[in-house]
Design a protein around this ligand. Structure first.
Ligand code: PGA
Length: 283
C-alpha cells in the first residue's frame, strides 16, 4: 500500500474540529497510524509531535509494522514529544525517552538525533523550556501532533487551570494524574510530582492536531472537551479553537457525545475521508 490520501499535507481544510468514530480501538489506532504514515510519505521531512501513555501504544505498534512491511521511511523525519517527567533520567525505564525508544524509535529507522524530548534532569529549567520551544521552531514547527486526553481533560501535562496560551514549562501534576500514571511506576509514591510539558499554546501552534481517545473511561471527559464550553478547567477543550483538529475515538469513548450521528455522516460523506473509510470498517 502506498499513500492512501495526500490530505495530510495538501488539504486546505482549516478551522474545523472533526470527530471520527471507529468501531474498535484497533481500527482507531490503524486510522491514526495511517494518517501519520501518509504525512511522512507525502513529506519525508515531516515534523511529528508524539505522546506517551497507554493510548498511543497501538499506534506505535502499527507504525513499526508499516515500517517493517511497507518500508515506511522515517530517515528524514523529526519528532518532538509533548512532555517528560522532572527528576527522571533518560536512562530510567520509566522516562518518556525510554518509553519512546522501546515502543517506537528502536523499531523504525529514525535518526536518534532527530528525536526530541524535554530533558527532565536539566539544571536550568527555564533555559531548557525556552530551548525546547526554539528547537520546534527551528525544525519548522510541528506538522502533525498526536495527543491523548487525561481523565481530568489535560492535554500533555497541561493540568486543569493551565493557561490556554501556555508555552513549554515545568508543571506540578495533579493527584488524579499521578494516580492515572501509577501503574507505570508500580506505586503512587514513585510517580514524579512534576514534569516539563509543552504548553497548550505550543500544541495549538501545530498544523494538525490528532486527539486519540479509546475506552469507556474517556467518554465523560471527551464530551466535556469536544462539546462542552471551552475552559481552562478542561485544557483539551482548547482544541475547539485549533485550525485543524481530528478527534479519533472508538465507540466506547464516543458513548457520551451528543452529535455522534452528525460526525458519522460527515465521515461518510466528506470526499477527503473516502480513502480511509474501508480502513476504519476493516478492523
Ligand atoms: P493515557 O493518558 O493514554 O494513559 O490514557 C493520556 C493522557 O493522560 O494524556
Amino acid at each position: 500500500m502506498v499513500i492512501l490520501c495526500e490530505l495530510p499535507v495538501h488539504s486546505q481544510k482549516e478551522a474545523v474540529i472533526e470527530v471520527i468514530i471507529c468501531p474498535t480501538a484497533e481500527s482507531a489506532n490503524h486510522l491514526v497510524a495511517q494518517l501519520i504514515a501518509d504525512t511522512v510519505r507525502a513529506k519525508p521531512r515531516a515534523v511529528l509531535g508524539l505522546a506517551t501513555g497507554k493510548t498511543p501504544e497501538g499506534v506505535y505498534e502499527r507504525l513499526a509494522t508499516l515500517h517493517k512491511e511497507q518500508k515506511l521511511d522515517f530517515s528524514f523525519t523529526t519528532t518532538f514529544n509533548l512532555d517528560e517527567y522532572l527528576g527522571v533520567a533518560a536512562s530510567n525505564p520509566q522516562s518518556f525517552r525510554s518509553t519512546m525508544d522501546r515502543q517506537l524509535f528502536s523499531k523504525i529507522n529514525i535518526k536518534r538525533e532527530n528525536t526530541h524530548l524535554p530533558n527532565g534532569m536539566a539544571s536550568d529549567l527555564e533555559s531548557e523550556c525556552a530551548a525546547y520551544e526554539k528547537r520546534i521552531m527551528d525544525a519548522g514547527g510541528i506538522d502533525i501532533q498526536l495527543l491523548g486526553i487525561g481523565l481530568n481533560g489535560h492535554l500533555a501535562f497541561n493540568e486543569p487551570m493551565s493557561s490556554l496560551t501556555s508555552r513549554t514549562r515545568p508543571k506540578s501534576l495533579t493527584p488524579e494524574t499521578r494516580a492515572q500514571n501509577a501503574p507505570f511506576f508500580g506505586t503512587l509514591d514513585q510517580v514524579p510530582a512534576r514534569a516539563i510539558t509543552m504548553g497548550v499554546g505550543t500544541i495549538l501552534d501545530s498544523r494538525w492536531c490528532i486527539l486519540l481517545a479509546t475506552g469507556s473511561s474517556k467518554a465523560e471527559i471527551l464530551l466535556k472537551a469536544i462539546e462542552g464550553p471551552m475552559s481552562a478547567a478542561v485544557t483539551a477543550s482548547a482544541l475547539q479553537m485549533h485550525r485543524r483538529c481530528t478527534v479519533v475515538v472508538d465507540e466506547s469513548a464516543a458513548a457520551w457525545l451528543q452529535m455522534k450521528e452528525y460526525y458519522r455522516w460527515v465521515f461518510a460523506t466528506e470526499p477527503e475521508w473516502a480513502p480511509y473509510r474501508s480502513l476504519v470498517t476493516a478492523h
